[in-house]
Design a protein around this ligand. Sequence first.
Ligand code: ATP
Length: 432
Amino acid sequence: MAIDMDQLVSLCKRRGFIFQSSEIYGGINSCWDYGPLGVELKNNIKRLWWQAMVNRQDIEGLDASILMHPKVWEASGHVEGFTDSLVDCKKCKHRFRLDQLTEKKCPDCGGELTEPRQFNLMFKTYMGPVESEANIVYLRPETAQGIYVNFLNVQSTMRHKIPFGIAQIGKAFRNEITPGNFVFRTREFEQMEMQYFVKPGEDKKWFEHWKEERIRWHQSIGLNEKKLRFHEHGKNELAHYAKQAFDIEFEFPFGWNEIEGIHNRGDFDLTRHQKFSGKSLEYFDDQSKEKYTPYVIETSVGADRTLLAVILNAYEEEKEGDEVRSVLRFHTSIAPIKVAFFPLMKKPELQALTHQLQDATRSLFRTRYDESGSIGRRYRRQDEIGTPLCVTVDFDSLEDKAVTVRDRDSMKQERVAIDQLNPYLAQKLGIR
Ligand code: ATP
């Protein structure tokens, strides 16, 4: 069942996933706020990425600052090269990215377009009270540079031998000409990036390794493998730093689009930082006694784009008699709420036992309590936000010390002994 983007935006709002930023002021273009369920979902995605990438011997985490020395962006090529060609329609004044146009006329009104102009995508601001050229700083357009400039700090303090990697999650800012498609392209977004430093000559092998690891990760969080594919960059698509690049694409309602980039950046970044800073970033291999500038394999994925893919991938509508049941079939590892607890009726003895069971589970997973409306309606409500399991306490529970657990996907109900409830839920959720 396909869902269009307008439906999705309203569904995300209605269910507390994503709100328009500054909505009471009429909103601000392309800025979004993650609501209570959205922030849980995004945190789960980030946590799973961190577990997959940093919870291993050869990768360390980092949290570098957003504002960096302005020379960083000269060295990285962003001051000179991080530009898009933009054109304006002389008639309707709409603005477009030249590389996204197929015709020489305005796609909105057929009007004549201006000559292309170069537009730098970095946000500029001033450090300190004086707004002068000398005080210009940029909001980082990617997290990667914070990793490169810390390459030797991490390598030497953590005593790593090559190959090893550094991973980071953080905000990045791009003054996109044509933001849109909800959180797919925004001007403020979050990246999850890992830079893997390898010996020149071993880069191709590691590139293949990370390509496979990364597509497997997307599958592990529940993305349908039929909706995922690789796209290799042709020579004219390659960024200024890249020797080889593959995107992992997801099939969005608006077509196949990138969610992650995997790049062989060669020694471009470290060489440029050595040149611009005057500091050596060479690595000394004490076994082979060689000194060299490592090559970098980068994996760069957007947390927001992944979240958008995850919601679209999970959304389903099913006919149930005359009614339509809408469900978010999140993988249990990323579902914002794992278990909902219901007393069958608003009776004190049922409410008390339900609270008691919820309290005993609270430290294990995110839960929710609901006592309003029929049980059927309460199941629907949880289906709509993707909660995998619901626990109902009824009058029999007071006698037989058991509760009913209902599964979101099979809709099957099982009677489970209260003293076995937590291990049962953990096993169903795949949480050890
Ligand atoms: P695009 O071609 O879509 O502009 P890109 O090739 O510039 O993307 P990269 O620089 O490779 O993107 O960034 C890595 C990842 O960061 C992307 O795969 C995407 O998930 C995320 N990302 C980049 N720009 C944005 C944006 N404006 N909004 C949301 N996520 C973004």
